[in-house]
Design a protein around this ligand. Structure first.
Ligand SMILES: [Zn+2]
Length: 97
C-alpha cells in the first residue's frame, strides 16, 4: 500500500506541509486526520456510488483529488459493481425475459 505521492496536504492550523499519512501536524501538533466535511464527503460518495453510480464516479474523482486514494478506489469499485446491477434491475423491470 503506497501512498507516497508528491501531492501532500497542508495543516489547516499553521499551513505546514504534511505527508498523506500524518495524523497530527509535526509543526504545531494540530490533529489533521479527516475533517468533518471529509467524513460527510466520503459517506456521500459511497451512497452515490451504490445508488447513482455515475455521480458516485464523480465523487470518487473528487476523493482522489483530495488525496483519499483508498476511498476513491473503493468508491470507483462500488460504482463499477452498481452499474451492471442497476442496468440488470431496470431491464428486469421493463420485462426483459
Ligand atoms: Zn500545523
Amino acid at each position: 500500500m503506497s501512498t507516497e505521492t508528491e501531492a501532500g496536504k497542508f495543516c489547516v492550523a499553521c499551513g505546514a506541509k504534511l505527508v498523506l499519512t500524518a495524523i497530527v501536524c509535526p509543526s504545531c501538533g494540530s490533529p489533521v486526520s479527516g475533517s468533518g466535511s471529509d467524513t460527510k464527503l466520503i459517506t456521500a460518495s459511497y451512497l452515490f456510488a451504490a445508488f447513482i453510480p455515475i455521480i458516485g464516479f464523480v465523487f470518487a474523482v473528487i476523493l482522489g483529488v483530495k488525496g483519499k486514494i483508498g476511498h476513491a478506489v473503493a468508491c470507483g469499485l462500488v460504482s463499477l459493481i452498481a452499474i451492471p446491477f442497476w442496468s440488470g434491475f431496470l431491464q428486469g423491470m421493463s420485462g426483459g425475459y
